[in-house]
Design a protein around this ligand. Structure first.
Ligand code: KG4
Ligand code: ZN
Length: 351
């Protein structure tokens, strides 16, 4: 089965061709093309929805064209079985570009459409065949997934491919949002997660003991907004400013704050997730979403998974952040095929 995936939920315009071997259920990426308006947003310190949508319009056709070309598929009556498109959650203007384009192509090429939930996409990125090392084992269900992105921090039980149950989530900021907002306080450009992670490698994670909200609560929920306030208070109390950023004596301080922030976020994510692993008695743990690309998070989960002898899977880094290969892959496991008349963008969509 050959699927064209389209993803436009936020600031990335992505298209991919995924081939699925229906016997082994192996999902191989034939092409994955991503254009981003991130540079524009880093200049404004965050995403401006109107700008993101306008950029989506600019990129969508060239990106789809490139994805077909790289997979050696003609754009004239292409040999694909369906078009998978993200229909939510996300920014309405951005989502509409992908959904309306997919509807038009569906009508033009007479191909079925598969509406895909972006959050399912992040989870199903784990089913993408690793291009470097072939997956040794297939993922066994039931599994627990931690989805950590710019807008979500969710713990999801996957009993089987049609039964997903949210058992916990953030009560305020998402983990990625915490990285981004704290980065802004530190004078780092948007999105700050990858930069904080890079700077943290040179810092001492124990120099500042930052709060771990809800780490001991009986539920599986998270809270990250207090962390941002603690960093702000720390900066105010000590009269620290990182606007200039590059002064020598300020650098180690910045590295140490980044390392302490990263460790505070990772510590809570791992402890709460491992609590769920034990209580729900699962043997497979999946990670997904942009924050899943964080090395410290991956290392800590790997250590814990080998300690508790559970299987741990995280997508390749390039498939952790937004991409269309994960949308095509999720579509294979949730193939609710429909026609162009029956799909509407839903910015508030949940699981
Ligand atoms: O999944 P994603 O690409 O988009 C959403 O669906 O939100 O996630 C983007 C988020 C941003 O908040 C970004 O700062 C964070 O993922 N992120 C990271 C890393 N790479 C991306 N956070 C921490 N460490 C990273 N290496
Ligand atoms: Zn995402």
């Amino acid at each position: 089965m050959i699927l064209l995936g389209i993803e436009t939920s936020c600031d990335e315009t992505a298209a991919a061709i995924v081939s699925v071997d229906e016997k082994t259920k192996q999902c191989t990426v034939l092409s994955s093309v991503i254009a981003s308006s991130l540079l524009l947003h880093s200049q404004t310190g965050g995403i401006i929805p109107e700008i993101a949508a306008r950029e989506q319009i600019k990129f969508i056709i060239p990106v789809i064209n490139q994805a077909l070309k790289e997979a050696h598929i003609s754009d004239n009556n292409p040999e694909i079985d369906a078009i998978a498109v993200t229909y939510g959650p996300g920014l309405i203007g951005s989502l509409l570009v992908g959904v309306e384009t997919a509807k038009t192509l569906s009508l033009l090429w007479n191909k079925p459409l598969i509406p895909v939930n972006h959050l399912y996409g992040h989870i199903y990125a784990n089913w993408i065949q690793n291009t470097k090392n072939k997956r040794e084992t297939t993922i066994k269900l039931p599994a627990l997934a931690l989805v950590v992105s710019g807008g979500h921090t969710d713990l999801v039980m996957i009993k089987n491919h049609s039964t997903l149950e949210v058992i916990g989530g953030t009560r305020d900021d998402a983990a990625g949002e915490a990285f981004d907002k704290i980065g802004r306080l530190l004078g780092l450009s948007y999105p700050a997660g990858p930069t904080i992670s890079k700077l943290a490698k040179k810092g001492n994670p124990n120099r500042f003991i930052l709060p771990r909200p809800m780490i001991g609560s009986l539920d599986f929920d998270f809270s990250f907004s207090g962390l941002k306030t603690s960093v702000l208070n720390l900066m105010k109390t000590n009269n620290w400013s990182f606007d200039t950023g590059s002064e020598e004596n300020n650098q180690q301080l910045l590295f140490d704050i980044c390392a302490s922030v990263e460790w505070a976020i990772v510590d809570v994510l791992v402890k709460k997730t491992m609590k769920a692993v034990k209580e729900k008695n699962v043997t497979t743990l999946l990670l997904g979403g942009g924050v899943a690309a964080n090395d410290k998070l991956q290392e800590t989960f790997k250590e814990q998974s080998s300690k508790y002898t559970i299987n741990f899977s995280s997508p390749e880094k390039k498939f952790c952040t937004d991409n269309a290969a994960m949308i095509a892959t999720a579509a294979y496991f949730h193939h609710t095929k429909t026609t162009w008349q029956n799909i509407t963008a839903d910015p508030e969509l949940y699981y």
